[in-house]
Design a protein around this ligand. Structure first.
Ligand code: SF4
Ligand code: SF4
Length: 189
């Protein structure tokens, strides 16, 4: 299995340190690959970070006409090769999670590459290193089991197609409503 990126939405405080850390990562040209989304703005302050989900069978790589997107031996999906990418945006349209962005000036796709210069040496990616609440962590299988009492999700259904990812989500306990989901009758506390 190797290490995975584990994300526990309930711990996110929306500080966006992960975005700033991502901007500062070597080779990222000060362009963040991390998204922090506001969930039900106006109803709750809940936020959630979304990096690339690092699909086991990545639609971005499969849709690239010039094979610019590589997959590492340990299963991380890299950002497009600068030499090969032609900025066609096929990857952006193909990705079920809406992750790849394209720099229209450089005509080049960029996305989370799991800080592969760091993670290939066992160092956590920048987002996990700087997150003050441990929302984002870089864990091996045993650490994941020891660490999270939560149910985790790494398979996603898109209209009958199951997509498995190396980014693993610790599911919020919606029964307690402490994630602030809007249930149609007001936010529960
Ligand atoms: S650094 Fe951590 S707590 Fe802050 S926005 Fe990112 S994930 Fe949320
Ligand atoms: S989430 Fe999107 S960009 Fe990331 S590996 Fe999957 S298809 Fe590619």
């Amino acid at each position: 299995m190797g290490k995975v990126l584990y994300i526990d939405y309930e711990r996110c405080i929306g500080c966006r340190a992960c975005i700033v850390g991502c901007e500062e990562c070597s080779g990222h040209d000060h362009m963040s690959r991390m998204f922090v989304d506001e969930l039900n703005p106006g109803e709750t302050v809940a936020t959630s970070p979304t990096p690339c989900m690092h699909c086991v069978t990545p639609a971005c790589a499969e849709s690239c006409p010039v094979q610019a997107i590589s997959i590492t031996a340990d299963g991380f999906v890299l950002s497009a090769s600068m030499e090969k990418c032609i900025g066609c945006k096929n990857c952006t349209y193909a990705c079920p999670f809406g992750i790849p962005r394209v720099d229209d000036v450089k005509k080049m796709m960029y996305k989370c590459d799991m800080c592969y210069d760091r993670t290939s040496k066992g160092t956590p990616p920048m987002c996990a290193s700087v997150c003050p609440t441990d929302t984002i962590q870089f864990l091996d299988e045993q650490e994941l089991k020891n660490h999270s009492p939560k149910e985790v999700q790494y398979q996603w259904d898109f209209g009958g197609t199951t997509i498995e990812t190396k980014t693993v989500i610790g599911l919020p306990d919606t029964r307690s409503n402490n994630f602030g989901y809007y249930d149609g009758e007001g936010v529960q506390s």
